[in-house]
Design a protein around this ligand. Structure first.
Ligand code: GDP
Ligand code: MG
Length: 727
């Protein structure tokens, strides 16, 4: 069958494009101007066996952003004429600079072939390039050429035809590059907005448009305003917001960050065994490189990394302990004060037991969490976090994960205090669907910010002396567990090839005081806001579930009778022992009421099963609440213990109430930590899992698998610790 294909030649000025064009088309060419402008337009025809290839020589361009007329024209031809294949000619002697355009072509998703030109000049420059490896890392056919001698050109054309035929009629397939923690969420938000509104989507891939908005690309901006002023307005607002944020935190602007990350992506490829420079002396070791010889050293690097993670917890408790105590005392005092002034009643119980007991328990941990966030912000802003990802990649490979999974893990709470929602979203940088799924399913296994207060509570009760060590152990265990689960998934339901890894190492930067504080405050504020909204709502629902139905009147009567009996039977007893006996009855009644409530009954019903893990009915309740959001675990415990505690004048902190509850012991504490760490992801995380995996099935899998795994491990831990070691 005779084919007629359309190919476009793209490349930097002086990369040899015209030389390639002339060699391929010979005399079959036509030179004119692009309509209305003086940029030269050259069209020609090449023949390859049964195929006729129409070739357009695009104007030379360094980028596809609207910086120059040439760049605009090149982009316009790609978008409007939709060539079947783009042949990107690169000057091999200036590979990094030339790849800047390539990256943008890949981000557009056009069917692409690379012609690595001017190979004849490499020896004189002392450079050698592994062309195969370059092609594999970019997942793009790459052919070495010397256009001036027509070397490699037939191969280049053949390869271009193959790609054109293979992708004919298919949608473009853009790659996703991470632009870091500041821009990625904005890009996601913009992309979602663009997709929902079909905003310019007939012309450009959604994410590409989002990136152009962040690059403040004039042409796209005005095209956007013409398309849909309302959506365009929202996108511009998002841009303004992140631009202001970058200005204040890092004193930079989105365009610069985007360029930085693109060059980061390129240098990670070039450094990844693609380019070897014979003359090592020519490579001036920058300060970053010097620091990296120590910090990412094969042996010392991982040790330093573990040391830093440990130091984070050590410092957290050192700095956060005192404020933690003040806040605890404050909420205890507040509960007492409100209880005393309102007396007994529904409103008082709602405020004291529900709101102050529940939300106070969550807010009480804010100081510790703030310190953790400060330290994590320092690691992030300095560029060390990226090095952690780089080092961990070597280990990840073994467990069937991709190096790009390290970031989602760290974001999810790999160091501490992350969140699986952006963590799961960050898996978008993974191109292999199976590696992506394995990352999505394991990211919720980390100690996210919401689980921290649960762990901190157990530490305060059972390990007050070694809280930092226990938190450190939890973190390490989460990593080991996530890797083992990934290995399990990748060798069963998600079996498949692994793909090569490319890592961006931004230069080290001195974090600014203001930047660190702002990053810390953003996260802390999100935590506090959550406590004031979702957690407050769930807490009130749980309080109601624990307060109703009230005990039937006949049972209340029996307690009243008991009290009367005590008063009549002990007429001569001293005041103190009489009061004690009466308080016992009060407590018994409160407990009976709790167990009789809707929520209480549910907790009690589950007790025969949960017993194996050492959980009493109050813990069951807390864990059920935690399906919605993990902070609710602590707030529910707060409410459940607060309601069972009848004497408002001696409102005890949750810690002390757990200490006083004989059904808790160290084995229960550890089994509780294990269960909370692993069981079902919270509702918001499940929503993004559904979105990212595009399947209800994987969302349900994450819920059921994690909960079953959590229960089995909790039972195992409890049985061993309690029955065998008798803790
Ligand atoms: P364009 O700006 O991309 O169209 O680049 P040209 O095709 O005009 O080439 C720029 C210069 O590089 C010309 O002097 C070409 O002769 C030269 N050139 C093209 N290909 C090669 C090659 O493979 N090796 C060498 N050494 N020179 C080349
Ligand atoms: Mg030219």
């Amino acid at each position: 069958m005779a084919y007629s294909l359309h190919a476009a030649l793209a490349g930097n000025p002086n990369s040899g494009k015209s030389t390639v064009f002339n060699a391929l088309t010979g005399s079959r060419q036509h030179v004119g101007n692009y309509p209305g402008i003086t940029v030269e337009k050259k069209d020609g025809v090449a023949k390859l066996a049964d195929k006729t290839v129409h070739i357009t020589d695009l104007p030379g361009a360094y980028s596809l952003t609207a910086y120059s007329q040439e760049e605009l024209v090149a982009r316009k031809v790609l978008v409007e004429e939709r060539p079947d294949v783009v042949i990107n000619i690169l000057d091999a002697g200036a590979l990094s600079r030339n790849l800047y355009l390539t990256v943008q072509l890949l981000e557009m998703g056009v069917p692409l072939v690379l012609g690595l030109n001017m190979l004849d000049e490499l020896p004189a420059k002392g450079i050698s390039i592994d062309i195969k490896r370059l092609g594999a890392l970019l997942k793009t056919p790459t052919i070495g050429t010397v256009a001036r001698n027509k070397e490699g050109l037939d191969e280049l054309l053949t390869s271009a035809c193959e790609v054109a035929v293979k992708y004919k009629g298919q949608a473009w397939n853009p790659i996703t590059i991470s632009y870091g923690n500041d821009l990625d969420p904005v890009i996601e938000e913009m992309t979602a907005l663009i997709t929902q509104n079909n905003f310019l989507t007939t012309k450009y891939p959604a994410r590409w448009t989002a990136i152009k908005y962040l690059e403040a690309d004039e042409e796209i901006l005005s095209a956007g305003r013409a398309e849909n002023p309302e959506v365009a307005g929202k996108l511009e607002e998002l841009y303004e917001k992140v631009a202001r944020h970058l200005k204040t935190t890092l004193d930079t602007y989105p365009e610069a960050v985007i360029a930085d990350y693109r060059y980061g992506f390129i240098s990670s490829i070039v450094r990844n065994g693609v380019v070897t420079q014979r003359d090592e002396l020519a490579r001036r070791a920058s300060l970053s490189d010097k620091i990296d010889t120590v910090l990412t050293n094969t042996f010392v690097g991982p040790l330093i990394m573990i040391g830093i993670v440990y130091l984070i917890y050590k410092l957290t408790f050192l700095l956060g302990e005192a404020p933690l105590g003040y806040l605890e005392d404050f909420f205890a005092w507040l509960g007492e004060a409100v209880g005393n002034s309102l007396g007994e009643g529904v409103l008082s119980s709602l405020l004291v037991d529900g709101v102050i007991g529940g939300v106070g328990a969550v807010l009480g941990f804010a100081p510790l969490i703030m310190v953790i966030f400060i330290l994590v912000a320092i690691l992030e802003d300095s560029g060390y976090m990226a090095r952690m990802a780089y080092m961990l990649d070597r280990i990840f490979r073994y467990f069937g994960l991709h190096g790009n999974t390290v970031m989602p893990f760290i974001i999810s709470g790999g160091i501490a205090g992350g969140c699986a929602v952006p963590g799961v979203m960050a898996t978008r940088t993974l191109r292999s669907p199976k590696e992506k799924l394995a990352s999505i399913l394991t990211a919720p296994l980390f100690a996210c910010g919401a689980k921290l207060p649960v762990f901190l509570l157990i530490c305060a009760v059972f390990f007050p002396e070694h809280a930092d060590m226990v938190m450190f152990m939890i973190t390490i265990s989460a990593w080991i567990l996530a890797l083992l689960v990934a290995k399990l998934l990748r060798s069963t339901v998600l079996r498949g090839e692994s793909t090569p890894f490319v890592m961006e190492l931004p230069p080290y930067r001195m974090p600014t005081f203001k930047g660190v504080l702002l990053h810390m405050w953003e996260r802390t504020w999100a935590y506090i806001r959550k406590a004031g909204t979702i957690i407050l709502a769930v807490t009130i629902i749980i309080w109601a579930g624990l307060s109703y139905p009230e005990l039937p009147q006949d049972i209340i009567d029996t307690y009243d009778t008991q009290r009367k009996q005590i008063e009549t039977q002990l007429p001569d007893a001293d005041e103190a022992s009489l009061e004690e006996a009466l308080a016992d009855v009060d407590n018994e009644q409160a407990l009976a009421a709790l167990r009789n409530s809707y929520a209480g009954r549910l907790g009690v019903t589950l007790e025969p099963i949960s017993e194996y893990a050492g959980f009493n009915w109050r813990v069951n309740l807390a864990l059920i609440g935690g399906f919605a959001a993990k902070e609710v675990v602590v707030s529910t415990l707060g409410t459940a213990y607060s309601l069972g505690d009848v004497d408002p004048e001696e409102a005890e902190s949750l810690q002390n109430q757990i200490k006083a509850d004989s059904s808790w012991n160290i084995a229960t504490g550890i089994s509780f930590i294990i269960f909370v760490l692993i069981y079902a992801p919270c509702f918001p995380t499940l929503a993004v899992i559904k979105q990212e995996s595009a399947s209800w099935g994987w969302m349900i899998f994450a819920t059921v698998f994690n909960t079953v795994l959590a229960f089995l491990l909790a039972v195992a831990a409890y049985q061993i610790l309690y029955r065998v070691l008798v803790l």
